[in-house]
Design a protein around this ligand. Structure first.
Ligand code: ADP
Ligand code: MG
Length: 540
């Protein structure tokens, strides 16, 4: 019985094997059956995707000529002769940068010109004399700064209204010579207004307010030699070392004509009645956008309350009842000027001077953006600094500023650079004042040519030797980007500047895309206020 069933199965198998294969069409019996490892639908989709990729990898036509923007992927290069229209959709190199697969991608905004815009378009005949400066002021300028021969654009436009006694708001790009643009005319006005002799406590006739001690020292260093040629005494006043030190600073030169101070130190001195602002003839807020932000606003408002600002220019001319001329200076337009001004003076009395290059990317500085993972940043930085050191051995090269977003990152990164035997200096806001003192000056003079710092070094500090700025942490705002990048490519800089920014977080990518779009369209950076705001309605 079992034998018969086996024979039946065998004959069935033979029949099946001999039967014609309907489903395999013309396949010959010898051909093996295809092995299906991937489902057909998935296979079809993969093939489709490959063909799309192949068509997008068409050879890119690289035309000869200078580039405005060069990218790792050449299809994103933009030639210098091309400018993207305002409404044109831009193929951004940083478009997919939020994805982690974009890591190690990069692009650069190339240098479009060699010299700083502040020195461009100046007629060779432009002179300080024509701006209304007196011979004795010109002589003092020649003695103290022989390299300054012709005025920069911002100096040409701000000196005449300041000499006429106008309140001025001057917003012009970083490194364009704003310090001399207010010091020269204000000193000249001071010469024509003799001081009153009824001084019980130090009563300066001029006040320059700046956001950091380093900047106070720097402005004093520019103003002092000019002042001594004109018989004007200039002093600086910085805090951070207690009241005893402030008392000492003020008692050293009680009859100083001009005081360059930080808001904290001046606020303390006013509260303790160590100084009076009754005799002020002028008051300058340098880096006004920083002075008017939350961290300083309360102090600045108190200082303004204690000084007598002229409601309008006519009030400045009374020699026996001195009122102060107000000057606001910055590289980004300060927000809330209208509100502040409405409290102390007539907003219509303000002359606004803005440069055409305000909030623009500097055309004479190469700016590279590198998309990196957080863990790759240290290696990349060490490499950049070692390359810089090698270049330094071949020929003279400039100094390097490395910006971090916090004091703790500065310290931590410092230890890592120590491990790599890379000599450097550190500057951050949490350092004790005694340690902080003189660090920027020693960086300016050498021998250390690398400074790790936070944004306290991004406002106003001037060194014509800086060649490279590295944003180790990407700045949190576009204003900070402008200020940090403004440490290179200054008027009088000895070498062309470069900025390298590491881009890690999604919020960094958002800012980079705004910068890239502005560069491709050759427009100024968006979202930074650029007009005096309407004053708040006065409360009853
Ligand atoms: P800003 O305040 O606009 O950032 P600074 O006042 O610090 O710029 O000046 C930047 C640099 O330019 C300084 O080193 C200064 O000596 C130099 N400088 C200023 N005015 C002139 C000028 N007219 N000619 C040449 N160099 C100048
Ligand atoms: Mg300045």
């Amino acid at each position: 019985m079992a034998l018969a069933r086996q024979a039946g199965l065998f004959s069935l198998a033979v029949r099946l094997l001999r039967a014609p294969r309907r489903d395999l069409g013309a396949r010959s019996p010898e051909e093996p059956l295809p092995v299906v490892r991937i489902p057909r639908a998935l296979q079809r989709r993969q093939e489709q995707r490959k063909s799309v990729c192949r068509s997008s990898q068409r050879p890119v036509l690289v035309r000869p000529g200078r580039l405005l923007l060069s990218a790792r992927r050449p299809e994103f290069n933009q030639p210098a002769r091309l400018t993207l229209g305002r409404w044109e959709c831009a193929p951004l190199a940083s478009r997919g940068w939020r994805h982690r697969r974009a890591c190690r991608d990069f692009f650069s905004i190339e240098r479009a010109q060699q010299e700083a815009p502040a020195l461009r378009n100046l007629s060779p005949q432009a002179s300080f004399e024509d701006l209304g400066l007196e011979p004795r002021v010109l002589r003092a300028l020649q003695e103290s700064a022989p390299a300054v021969v012709r005025p920069t654009t911002v100096q040409s436009s701000s000196i005449p209204p300041l000499l006429r006694g106008r309140h001025v708001l001057c917003a012009a790009e970083t490194g364009s010579g704003k310090t001399l643009s207010y010091i020269l005319p204000l000193f000249q006005r001071l010469l024509s207004r003799p001081g009153l002799n009824s001084r019980r406590i130090p009563s300066p006739r001029g006040l320059v307010l700046v956001p950091s001690r380093e900047l106070a020292e720097q402005v004093r260093a520019v103003a002092q030699p000019l002042g001594s040629s004109l018989d004007l005494q200039v002093r600086d006043l910085g805090g951070g070392r207690g009241m005893r030190r402030i008392r000492l600073q003020l008692s050293k030169q009680p009859s100083a004509d001009v005081l360059v101070a930080t808001p904290g130190a001046l606020w303390k001195s006013l509260k303790s009645q160590l100084v009076s602002l009754e005799q002020l003839s002028f008051m300058v807020l340098d880096e006004a956008d920083t002075l008017l932000d939350e961290s300083f606003l309360e102090l600045v408002e108190y200082i303004l309350e204690k000084s007598y600002i002229a409601q309008d220019p006519a009030e400045l001319e009374d020699p026996f009842n001195p009122k102060a001329q107000l000057v606001l200076v910055g590289a980004t337009f300060p927000e809330g000027v209208g509100q502040l001004l409405s409290k102390v003076a007539n907003p219509n009395s303000l002359t606004t001077i803005t440069s055409s290059k305000l909030h623009c990317l500097m055309p004479h500085v190469r700016q590279t953006f590198m998309r990196l993972k957080g863990a790759e940043k240290v290696t990349e930085l060490v490499q950049i600094l070692k390359n810089h050191d090698k270049a330094n051995k071949i020929g003279p090269s400039g100094t390097v500023l490395v910006f971090c977003n916090s004091s703790s990152t500065v310290n931590w990164l410092g230890y890592i650079l120590d491990d790599h035997k890379i000599p450097h200096l550190r500057l951050q806001g949490q350092m004790p004042a005694s340690m902080r003192a003189g660090i920027f000056q020693s960086f300016q003079k050498g021998p250390r040519d690398i400074l790790l710092c936070t944004d306290i070094a991004s406002r106003g500090l001037d060194s014509t030797l800086v060649e490279l700025v590295v944003n180790y942490d990407f700045p949190l705002t576009l204003q900070d980007y402008i200020h940090r990048a403004g440490r290179v490519g200054r008027v009088g800089s000895k070498m062309p500047g470069t900025v390298i920014s590491f881009v890690t977080h999604p919020w960094d990518v958002k800012l980079v895309q705004k910068i890239e779009l502005a560069a491709r369209r050759r427009k100024n950076l968006p979202g930074i206020a650029s007009s005096v705001k309407e004053p708040l309605p006065q409360q009853a």
